[in-house]
Design a protein around this ligand. Structure first.
Ligand SMILES: Cc1cc2nc3c(=O)[nH]c(=O)nc-3n(C[C@H](O)[C@H](O)[C@H](O)COP(=O)(O)O)c2cc1C
Length: 253
């Protein structure tokens, strides 16, 4: 679709004409570095009637490797006449959201994987943009409180059995920011009930004490390194620390 603009625009126009709600389009920058087609496609889709464009600042060839290209997103912003362009890719901190706004002129930023690890990123970003002040990372207790609430809500929506099974993959996103976490991750991926989850959690909290000071605070040498967006690092370390994605080619996710 990113290389056949006339057909893509016709398809999208059919959709726009068929429904009463706004239709938005999500794209990458292009097929590969030699085919950065997003600006032209965005313009064609604006003419086809889409209400907004979301753009992940990587090419299809890049997959999830390498750095998000802010200059590429800026070109998409410049290409459209009226509709908002929302930038996307590797926003893992409030500072990186702000940089994406500042460098690209985009109307919004969308956060995917960064929100898995840091569901507070939306409130923190809004605060940074409004006040210029960077809030401290949430305390461990707050992370635990929100993780438990997340499980409660999943149980409400999906029932206890399915909610707990699905939560097996959610809990390790939270635990990525807990410090030493081996014991927790090994056990939480086998929970089948809320009671089992709380049992795993209580055991983990006792185990974690060995890494804490007398006040129960994690000793600095065990603290996880700060998260830094790929486009705020040098390219070599960006490659090493890229946020994990599911195994296998993007096509089969
Ligand atoms: C597990 C997973 C599933 C995704 N599914 C979709 C999808 O269905 N549609 C889509 O447009 N993008 C999808 N994406 C891409 C994200 O929307 C986003 O463009 C990409 O992850 C880069 O943003 P991020 O670094 O904030 O995660 C998916 C990404 C992941 C990791």
């Amino acid at each position: 679709m990113m290389t056949e603009h006339a057909k893509t625009a016709a398809l999208v126009k059919g959709m726009v004409d068929a429904v009463k709600i706004p239709v938005t389009a999500k794209m990458r920058l292009g097929w590969d570095d030699d085919n950065i087609t997003a600006p032209d496609l965005a313009r064609a889709l604006e003419d086809a009637g889409v209400a907004a464009i979301f753009v992940h600042g990587r090419t299809r060839e890049q997959g999830f490797s390498g750095t998000v290209n802010l200059a590429g997103i800026r070109k998409v912003v410049a290409a459209v006449k009226r509709i908002p362009v929302i930038g996307n890719g590797d926003v893992t901190t409030p500072e990186s959201a702000k940089l994406m706004f500042d460098e690209t002129g985009c109307a919004g930023v969308s956060v995917g994987r960064g929100a898995f690890y840091n569901p507070w990123i939306f409130a923190q970003t809004r605060h940074l943009l409004a006040t210029g002040e960077l809030q401290p990372e949430p305390r461990f207790e707050e992370r635990i409180r929100v993780m438990c609430r997340h499980l409660d809500l999943m149980v409400d929506v999906f029932t206890e059995v399915h909610g707990c099974r699905m939560f097996r993959k959610v809990a390790p996103w939270y635990s990525k920011r807990f410090g030493p976490v081996n014991e927790f991750n090994k056990k939480v991926v086998a929970i089948s009930s809320r009671a089992e989850f709380h049992d795993v959690l209580e055991r983990y909290l006792r185990w974690r004490q060995q890494f804490c000071d007398g006040d129960g605070q994690l000793l600095p040498r065990y603290a996880p390194p700060p998260m830094v967006a790929s486009f705020m690092q040098d390219p070599a370390s960006a490659q090493r620390s890229s946020i994990p994605v599911p195994r296998g080619p993007v096509e089969v996710w």
